[in-house]
Design a protein around this ligand. Sequence first.
Ligand code: NDP
Length: 292
Amino acid sequence: MSGVRLDGVALGKQIRGEVAEQVVALGITPGLAVVLVGEDPASQVYVRSKGRACEQAGMHSETIRLPATTNQAGLLAAIDRLNADPAIHGMLVQLPLPDHLDTDTVIRRIDPAKDVDGFHPINIGKVVLGDPTGFRPATPYGIQQMLIRSGIETTGAHAVIVGRSTIVGRPMASLLIQNGPGGNATVTTCHSRSKDLGAITRSADILVVAIGRPRCVTAEMVKEGAVVIDVGINRVEDASTERGYRLVGDVDFEAVAPLASAITPVPGGVGPMTIAMLLVNTLQAARAGLRF
Ligand code: NDP
């Protein structure tokens, strides 16, 4: 068996195209604001791509850049302004924040109706309950869309998720157990304290890996014919590249791809889906605003 490459670039483009068409039909311009505190290089790249994707979809995009020295009150005041701004339908605060800022307090300050990252407790609760008015966090939402649009059956499948973060692992479990398309799986969630990880991952029909360790999941840990979704984005040194590094996932792609039935590459797999789903959520926010 040789794994089908799940092409997140093509699927993401398709979804962004659908969003652009729906924006035209909406009659108002959805607005997304991204708050960036400090100069973290990776965050700057992510924020730029979010802004660009937004504009390409016909949305209004604003980036609020605050110095790394911004205090909690200053950041909360910026969020309050965006909460009150009628041109902004969705907003997110790019994480990670500098250490002196309290991420939980910051996230809770965002109006849940504008929380397009889906990190506010109200949205986390709605997603767990399967309430479609909640915002599904973009990365697991993108993975679910990728499974649906690639014709991968989740009903009755054993889905094993490695990683229990609030932005990937936990919401992924919530989405996969729901009763509906891209759901109805039997879900096991693993983490750093799970015993005999390999025995659990080998029982997966669908394996989602989000741990942040380069090539941690090896061929011995994967069942023949499994669908493998690699969320990890890790920099590894590579002197042969101009930048001196390259990006790899949490899965040993070369070793695992031959035995998987389908697999996401890194880069070009889950990453582009994440940005596409952020636009879907911003459109959802703008639509919901029209109903009031
Ligand atoms: P976190 O660091 O928040 O969580 C990592 C999780 O992995 C934790 O639950 C941890 O367990 C678990 N873990 C760590 N090591 C092991 C191990 N050896 N065995 C089993 N479980 C382990 O990471 P994120 O969820 O935020 O991100 C994970 C990866 O995905 C990163 O590489 C990140 O860059 C990438 N990412 C990619 C996105 C995309 O769009 N493609 C979006 C978001 C993230 P414990 O809880 O016990 O510590």
